[in-house]
Design a binder for this molecule. Sequence first.
Ligand SMILES: NC(=O)c1ccc[n+]([C@@H]2O[C@H](COP(=O)([O-])OP(=O)(O)OC[C@H]3O[C@@H](n4cnc5c(N)ncnc54)[C@H](O)[C@@H]3O)[C@@H](O)[C@H]2O)c1
Length: 440
Amino acid sequence: MDQTLKETLKKKISNRETKVCIIGLGYVGLPNALDFARKGFSVLGIDIDKERVQKFNRGENYILGTDEKGELKKFVAAGKVSAQVDFSDLGQMDVIVICVPTSLSSNLAPDLQHIKNSVREIARRLRRGQLICLESTVYPGTSEEIVLPLLESSGLKAERDFYLCHSPERVDPGDGNYGTKQLSRIVGGIGPDSLEVGVFFYEQITEKIFPVSEIKIAELAKVYENTFRAVNIALVNELMLLCDQMKISVWETLDAAYTKPFGIMPFYPGPGVGGHCIPVDPHYLEWKAREYGFYTRFISIAGEINRKMPYYIREIILRALNSLGVVPARAKILLMGMAYKKDINDARESPAIALAELLLKDGMGICYHDPYIEAVEIFSQKFISVPLEEEVVSSSDLVVITTDHSVINYQWLIEKARKIVDTRNATKGLKDIEQKVVLI
Ligand SMILES: NC(=O)c1ccc[n+]([C@@H]2O[C@H](COP(=O)([O-])OP(=O)(O)OC[C@H]3O[C@@H](n4cnc5c(N)ncnc54)[C@H](O)[C@@H]3O)[C@@H](O)[C@H]2O)c1
């Protein structure tokens, strides 16, 4: 153990002489870059997406709700932050934070190619005294089994020459209530020195740190958090399916149940789950569990129920069209929202896309409006968000509220639409819902 190496890095961190590199400037990396810049660090962002890098260097925010005060532009102008596509400067960095995507293959296995690629780039330039922090969501064992051997292939040894920690990001895009200040950070280290340096580093941006004794615990805690959410959403979606059969309002049932101040948490039904976390992360755990001959039944059932939701919404749409006397193959449907949840500009894994695919297969004519998603590709066809004009709404046989963005005037929509299928309870408490709105 080299006390001087560790103390030198900690001193550089507290004196802000540290150069912080963020690899991956997306939903996690961009806010991170701003957080560190705000605290006086000089930040270099690296991303393989040229367009993102150019936008970053122009100070243009490309992630809704991330830079409301326009700080990126100021930091770029002051030379505090910059971005590039090449990795050649990694050796000059003191701290490297990895925020690259972790997706799934088509058969629900973890796809760690982005992590491996960035770690290989780091390993090529690894030098003594660097701290590497993995923030991407991973299954328990990734840091020890994948990241560590790649880094040590450089000839340097963790704890003796460099430090490795995992601090899973917990940001909730679109939710201004939970930023860096409000959220605590779990930190795990590959050894005690890595933990100490990792905790010291993250303490610079937040007071709320929860150190854990093993790096695997940090990895598992994060996938468990998202599994908890996926399972509870599935539970409430299943309740909705039952309520449909029993002709009971699921929404009023939930409003009543959620008046209990303990032992229950509000989750709501919808057209399915989306984004980069909830439909993905639980399957990381499911996949890893199989190595131990263990089957995580809650995860597979939750995945199955949540993935079926667009099929159920399709059924409701068919029923609504039937009530209007419209043949599905001639129906014109306006989907309100492509983002996977309200007030964000992220359509990855969006249930609205899954639903649109089903409707297209039925031969329906579809268009969509989303104030935050300019265009999407469905079955290799480009769809562009249509303007929300009276003519567009009134000429549609059915309007389907797929995302409940706050900026939409739902009362106006009810007035202009022939009929609405509301998958989000966005029309709650509005006038004329009995005549016009079919609520799931
Ligand atoms: N989006 C969320 O709400 C959220 C919340 C918490 C945790 N996470 C986790 O954080 C990680 C990142 O997610 P995200 O939503 O920010 O992803 P993102 O797709 O928004 O951003 C990732 C960025 O990394 C870049 N990239 C990919 N491979 C790269 C490489 N080899 N080198 C450099 N850049 C590369 C991409 O071009 C992209 O700009 C994932 O593991 C995700 O599960 C996401």
